[in-house]
Write a protein that binds this ligand. Structure first.
Ligand code: NAD
Length: 413
């Protein structure tokens, strides 16, 4: 399903539980502005290739636009707009002083050399330099972008502007103003939320098993913290090349080392190798989705064995998939709450950059935990009181706060 359609349906499902003027809902259906770029990049062989790229500003009632930049061959304008809309909802849920933005470049990074990747990243940063800034729009990493890419973005931006502005980008390497704990933050925050959800359904402390789809930044960290912080056993993991299953357990230290060395889970010797999509069919109590959007839909939702699904990816379950899981009594912990750890620590990085202060990792984690527990509590109690889905409660909470801000601001010009 088109991700924009997905966002619109999710918003629609919250409308009956909101007391807001319809014009504000209308405004949340559209992005405020979208920059579209064609980026000519010089390749190592001498030729030039043109890449399509976008930066979407969805809503800034609560503060400057905030959101990552995705490099993926299937990135489209609609996907970038949908992701920026989800950022508006996510930042509101987390109580951050931000609106929603997102960027994307249609590229298969595996086809580029390091030099070509740098050229492309600098071309993108140059293209968006008039569209971003500390108090306007603050990009960060997403799929296939990382602290090195953020460093190229920042360096290009600062050279174009002629001044230092570290808080214009987050997710940077620590040495140039990144925050301790930022790389772990989405996984870490997701596991804080999982802990609260298990507490809510009376399962915390039980010997549960876990499966993880996606083994990049977010999925691998989720593996680590599910083991370290919750003491749970991970029995299946997957990436785009393969799934690995072992009911006796897959250790984070072994799987992550193998993935780091070979850049793939294919050939991991510690379990049975399967096609990636067969991960869902394995016996597990908790499924963590940490790959791409639309992973669970009407075709495969029936085969999901888990009773709890934690959405760390953005938009990983289609509305049709969600209906099937809900009928089976599965608890879905929605993305806009569960994966907010990344943007929350990005906000901590932004604050540190503006003040010149540096925070310890311990302090970052304790502030992250506090914020995530607060957001979880508000949404969980609304879900219980109003007998609505977890996602509906999250949207009701988020939209109410955004609309409050929009009312004070008024509709002008
Ligand atoms: P990443 O590029 O580091 O990792 C993505 C992983 O997904 C890779 O291991 C890839 O092999 C795997 N994958 C792709 N297709 C797959 C498939 N069909 N089956 C199984 N695995 C597959 O990206 P990331 O930063 O870890 O982001 C993962 C998800 O989390 C994305 O949806 C992203 O938008 C979301 N997210 C990321 C952050 C962040 O801080 N990085 C924050 C919030 C949300």
């Amino acid at each position: 399903m088109n991700p924009r359609e997905m966002y619109l349906q999710q918003l629609e499902q919250a409308v009956p539980f909101l007391t807001v003027e319809p014009e504000y809902i209308d405004m949340l259906r559209y992005p405020k502005e979208v920059l579209e770029l064609s980026l000519p990049v010089r390749l190592d062989g001498g030729g030039v290739k043109i890449f399509s790229a976008w930066r979407s500003h969805h809503n800034n009632a609560l503060g400057p636009y905030k959101g990552g930049v995705r490099y993926h061959v299937e990135v489209s304008r609609d996907e970038v707009v949908a992701l920026s809309s989800w950022m508006t909802i996510k930042c509101s849920i987390a109580g951050l002083p931000y609106g929603g933005g997102k960027g994307g470049v249609a590229v298969d990074v595996r086809e580029l050399s390091r030099n070509e990747l740098e050229n492309l990243s600098r071309a993108y940063a140059f293209g968006i330099s008039r569209f971003v800034g500390t108090d306007y729009d603050i990009p960060a990493p997403d799929v296939y972008t990382n602290p090195q890419v953020m460093a190229w973005f920042l360096d290009t931006f600062e050279k174009v502007k002629g001044w230092s502005e570290p808080s214009a980008f987050t997710g940077k390497p620590v040495v140039i103003g990144g925050s301790l704990g930022r790389s772990d933050s989405t996984g870490k925050g997701g596991i804080f939320i999982l802990r609260e959800a298990l507490k809510g359904v009376g399962l915390l402390g039980k010997p549960l098993t876990v499966g993880i789809q996606g083994y990049g930044n977010v999925g691998s960290r989720a593996h680590r913290f599910v083991e370290e912080d919750l003491g749970l056993k991970v029995v299946a993991v997957s990436d785009s090349a393969a799934a690995v299953h072992n009911q006796a357990g897959l250790k984070y230290s072994e799987v992550s080392k193998f993935k780091e060395e070979t850049r793939s889970l294919k050939g991991f010797p510690g379990g049975e190798e399967l096609f990636p999509d067969l991960l869902f069919e394995q016996k597990m109590d908790i499924l963590i989705l940490a790959a791409l959007g639309g992973a669970v839909d009407e075709k495969n939702a029936g085969s999901v064995k888990a009773n709890v699904v934690l959405e760390l990816a953005n938009g990983p379950i289609t509305p049709e998939g969600e209906a099937i899981l809900t009928d089976k009594g599965v608890l879905i912990v929605p993305d806009v709450l569960a994966n907010g750890g990344g943007v929350i620590v990005s906000c901590f990085e932004w604050i540190q950059g503006r003040s010149g202060d540096t925070w310890s990792e311990e302090y970052v984690y304790s502030k992250l935990d506090e914020r995530m527990v607060r957001s979880f509590g508000e949404i969980w109690s609304m879900r219980e009181e109003r007998k609505i889905s977890f996602r509906q409660a999250a949207y009701v909470k988020a939209v109410s706060r955004i609309v409050d801000a929009m009312r004070f601001r008024g509709i002008w010009p």
